[in-house]
Design a protein around this ligand. Structure first.
Ligand SMILES: Cc1cc2nc3c(=O)[nH]c(=O)nc-3n(C[C@H](O)[C@H](O)[C@H](O)COP(=O)(O)OP(=O)(O)OC[C@H]3O[C@@H](n4cnc5c(N)ncnc54)[C@H](O)[C@@H]3O)c2cc1C
Length: 353
């Protein structure tokens, strides 16, 4: 199968990256997206390329390749923009670890003076913080568009407003994808449909334990240059966006009331004003809730379905961080029939599928 026909369902950042890598290697790729590119959770992402964040240890070999893969994509796709601002993290339980010395991921421990130089508007720089100079962030919609454009240049067809309604699989026959606009046949179907994946698999008797996990993205109008790096502490994750506004991410507890998104946004605004000099004029532009596709064990679900091997799943949290690496590895698995060791802990068959 030199040029297999591959349908990628979903044009979030994960599906876009998979489509790009496959098309670049000569596969005949069709992307089917029910709405517009990035219109799922990708649009609401804080989009920190965060290879050493909190995650199950088994995901480490995947995440630690993210920075190198984004650097590679920058070379391949000159329009792809990443803000390599570095990330400044301070949490009370932080201690130096072997990770600080990982080649290509090195993090430095900074004292208060140095922190103050990096973030001169911080009213009370902590006594020490970890700084990861090689980390950065991106505009998730712009990067999704850029990957899709790259896929298109390599011959991929991108069909928007096209919802996959049903997957018909029979033995070794090509898969039939019944959509709102017609039927597509494929040698492989990659499901990069985020929170929409369990509903597509359920009629096949596959119960995928992936739940929507809500998280809040705040957009704030602020004086330019207020926050220089990406700052992560117990109160906030905050950075400047490409249009000069500020983005902040917050956990989300209830749909409304004192733990609801609006109340949490107002608390976050108060702590931004308190934390940064010159932040008195910061105002909330919007409060968005994004539903992260969260596997029950928080590990990505990547690989062929045991029962229907022509269906290949690609559902994960921290999809912005993982997208370029996952795209590259899935391409190797589908086009070169390789089994990538990094993906071994992510297989769907851990759930019996
Ligand atoms: C507030 C917030 C902050 C975050 N911060 C970070 C971060 O700092 N770093 C990080 O790595 N990650 C972060 N994430 C998580 C990250 O945004 C997601 O993991 C990532 O965007 C998932 O991308 P995806 O392409 O898998 O999913 P999605 O973007 O949801 O894409 C799935 C696509 O599939 C389409 N689709 C669904 N069903 C069908 C169907 N039947 N037919 C056709 N199309 C269909 C949808 O329309 C959608 O476009 C954050 C998320 C939130 C909400």
């Amino acid at each position: 199968m030199n040029h297999p026909r591959i349908v990628v369902l979903g044009a979030g950042i994960v599906g876009a990256s998979i489509a790009y890598h496959l098309a670049r290697q000569g596969a005949e790729v069709t992307v089917l997206e029910q709405s517009s590119p990035g219109s799922g959770v990708t649009a609401h992402s804080f989009a920190w390329i965060n290879p050493l964040g909190e995650f199950p240890a088994a995901a480490r070999p995947l995440r630690t390749q993210a920075l190198a893969d984004y650097r590679r994509l920058e070379q391949e796709l000159p329009d792809l923009q990443i803000n390599w601002s570095g990330a400044l993290c301070y949490h009370p339980d932080d201690v130096p670890s072997a990770d600080d010395q990982q080649p290509g991921l090195a993090r430095q421990w900074l004292d208060q003076d140095r922190i103050g130089q990096l973030e001169p508007n911080l009213r009370q720089p902590p006594e020490r913080a970890r700084f990861a100079p090689g980390e950065g962030s991106l505009d998730p919609l712009a990067v999704t568009d850029c990957l899709l454009e790259g896929a298109r240049r390599h011959g991929a067809r991108i069909l928007l407003q096209t919802a996959a309604l049903e997957l018909q699989v029979q033995g070794q026959d090509p898969v039939r994808v019944i959509t709102s606009t017609g039927v597509h046949q494929a040698d492989h179907v990659v499901l990069a449909t985020g929170c929409g994946t369990p509903a597509l698999l359920a009629p096949l008797g596959i119960e995928l334990p992936v739940q929507p996990s809500p998280s809040i993205l705040l957009r704030l109008d602020a004086p330019p240059g207020l926050v220089k790096t990406l700052v992560s502490n117990d109160l906030l994750e905050i950075r400047e966006a490409s249009d000069g506004s500020l983005l902040a991410a917050e956990d989300y507890i209830d749909a409304q009331g004192p733990q609801g998104p609006q109340a949490i946004a107002e608390q976050a605004l108060a702590s931004i004003r308190q934390s940064f000099r010159g932040a008195e004029s910061v105002t909330l532009r919007s409060v968005e809730v994004g539903q992260r596709p969260m596997p029950v064990d928080q590990l990505p679900v990547i690989g062929p379905c045991h029962t229907h091997p022509r269906l290949y799943l690609a559902v994960m949290h921290a999809g912005v961080t993982l997208a370029p690496t996952v795209g590259r590895l899935i391409c190797q698995e589908l086009l070169q029939a390789r089994q990538c060791a990094e993906l071994a802990p992510c297989r769907p068959d851990r759930f019996g599928h």
